[in-house]
Design a binder for this molecule. Sequence first.
Ligand SMILES: Nc1ncnc2c1ncn2[C@@H]1O[C@H](COP(=O)(O)OP(=O)(O)O)[C@@H](O)[C@H]1O
Ligand SMILES: [Mg+2]
Length: 158
Amino acid sequence: MKIDLPTEAATVELAQCLHERLPAEIAGWTVLLEGELGAGKSTFARALIRTMGHTGPVPSPTYTLVEPYTTPAGRVYHVDLYRIAAEEELRYLGWNELDDGLRLVEWPDRAPGLASQADVRIHLTYKGVGRAAELVGLSPRGRELLAGLRRAATSSEN
Ligand SMILES: Nc1ncnc2c1ncn2[C@@H]1O[C@H](COP(=O)(O)OP(=O)(O)O)[C@@H](O)[C@H]1O
Ligand SMILES: [Mg+2]
């Protein structure tokens, strides 16, 4: 599924739409955020975390690798794998203990094995002065979620 994101507000709206379609119990869901520097991965993650009711700052996890949040809508982990050198390092950041919340992962290509555990992949690219997103369902429930998103997008066009 491809979506144009002409402005930053459109990226924020996409994060809100995705959150609306996630179940109330988000523990164990994983969303991968791909795209080059500046493509809008952090913008998307920040918007989703704020949509969950977090009101404070959302610092970049570039150095800490994981930033945890407890929000009214549940736990969420903002993960940035830019600085990991090898997939095995996931263990040191405690990846397996992050299963009580939603995992939003920037630079997931650093750990290719994550794709088999993830639900949705969002690939962001530059398009003119804006961006575009390609969303792919990686799990049955992820595909179902995107089908719902597609139906909602189609009906709002009419
Ligand atoms: N859809 C969009 N259209 C135009 N600019 C955007 C869009 N989404 C994000 N931006 C801008 O791109 C810049 C980089 O975004 P960021 O989320 O930090 O990228 P990344 O985390 O992928 O490196 C920010 O200044 C942000 O305002
Ligand atoms: Mg970023």
